[in-house]
Design a binder for this molecule. Structure first.
Ligand code: PLP
Length: 389
């Protein structure tokens, strides 16, 4: 494997920019200034104003769910999804070891114990077949609940994550949830605009979480959303994320311990402008991915990761996979590219290697550990797509 050849191939796709090319930059080319200015002019920047409702309706329409609830960030969205999925203190929750730290953090906020699951190379996400074999061995269904035979704890839920926007293989995962009585909660933080067998990600779980952090497909500065097809859960999610205030003309009455997780109006204004441009962002991101795919066909020792065959991915972050034999050259490639103005990054350190999750239960994680050594993210901003001649 020739690192210089890889750098040259990256540059052939993204152009010979003078400036540093970052991993993912937002584009503000629509109504952002107008909508945000309206918030400032009217003084409605915070918990009053129409953009939150508008953003929620636009999100529900785009993703095809019945209810979307805008919140302060993706981690908060995940937290509330897990509460409403019935996750309680002392439960175990299954999730991939290859994910961003927000996933195990959110379930720790519920007092639950992360139980780490291996990934598959075809999707970079949780492997439902390996998980089924594992649960057959370690779990036991009693009534309509699942228990870990070794720890005695209830296993309540499974939280797949659509890595870099590539959908997990959801059909076998849904079968498994049925068989082992697990509630499916999707961490769809990275997959706005990604479809599994024609249906948007985030529609498959009982509840799902999106993120609009600055580096995601669209951004609200910081933000997130809860998606659900269950009207009742949607109403409860709205209530719980807005301090559980009982509507009244002047009284302050709250009927639950709620959260102040509501998205401010000024962030939602940004979100409306960004969502209007999402189809264009997705088109350019898919063009960029196709350009990378073609450019890397003839480069030895490395492969451009393409969407699983059943999926239509948003290609949020593009990824190269080094051949097994070349994983010892990963850091050399990272040093060369970052030193030459092209930002690249390794994937996340696997969750079970972090000190706070060291002792958590886990299955064999050999595929995730292999992927951790071989994955490299490359520049992915939508502005790099399209015709750059
Ligand atoms: C971005 C992200 C989140 C949520 O992050 P926030 O910064 O809290 O919006 C959750 N899970 C994954 C996998 C993510 O990439």
């Amino acid at each position: 494997m020739d690192c210089t050849k890889i750098l040259d191939t990256l540059k052939s796709v993204i152009g010979q920019a003078d400036n540093f090319v970052s991993l993912h930059e937002p584009t503000f080319a629509g109504n952002e200034w107008d909508y945000v200015k309206e918030c400032l002019d009217t003084g409605w920047v915070s918990s009053v104003g129409s953009y939150v409702d508008r953003f929620e309706l636009m999100l529900a329409e785009f993703t095809g769910v019945k209810r979307a609830i805008a919140v302060v960030n993706g981690t908060a969205a995940l937290h509330v999804c897990l509460i409403l999925a019935g996750v309680e203190s002392g439960d175990e929750v299954l999730l991939p070891a290859l994910t961003f730290v927000a996933t195990p953090n959110a379930l720790s906020y519920c007092g639950a114990i992360p139980h780490f699951v291996d990934s598959e190379e075809a999707t970079l996400g949780l492997d439902p077949h390996k998980l089924a074999d594992y649960l057959t061995e370690i779990a036991e269904v009693r009534g309509d609940e699942c228990f870990n035979k070794k720890t005695g704890r209830r296993i309540k839920s499974v939280v797949p994550m659509h890595t870099y926007g590539h959908p997990v293989d959801l059909d076998p995962l849904l079968d498994l949830c049925e068989r082992f009585k697990l509630v499916l909660v999707e961490d769809a933080a990275e997959s706005l605009g990604s479809y599994y067998k024609g249906k948007h990600t985030g529609q498959w779980g009982r509840l799902s979480a999106l993120s609009f952090n600055g580096n995601k497909v669209i951004t609200t500065g910081g933000g997130g959303a809860i998606l659900t097809n269950d009207e009742e859960l949607g109403t409860l999610a709205k209530h719980l994320t807005t301090t559980a205030k009982v509507p009244h003309k002047w009284e302050f009455r709250h009927d639950m311990v709620g959260y102040n997780y509501r998205m401010p109006n000024i962030n939602a204004a940004l979100g409306c402008a960004q969502l209007e441009q999402l189809p264009g962002f997705l088109q350019r991101k898919r063009e960029l991915a196709e350009n990378y795919r073609q450019a890397f066909v003839d480069v030895d020792g490395v492969r451009f990761f393409s969407e699983p065959e059943y999926a239509r991915s948003n290609y949020w972050l593009n990824a190269l996979l080094l051949d097994d034999a070349n994983c010892d050259k990963r850091d050399e490639l990272l040093t060369l590219t970052n030193g030459s103005g092209v930002m690249t990054r390794p994937t996340w350190t696997l969750m079970h290697k972090l000190p706070m999750f060291n002792d958590c239960p886990r299955m064999d994680l050999s595929i995730a550990e292999n992927l951790e050594r071989r994955l490299i993210n490359i520049p992915s901003s939508s502005s790099l797509g399209g015709d750059r001649a």
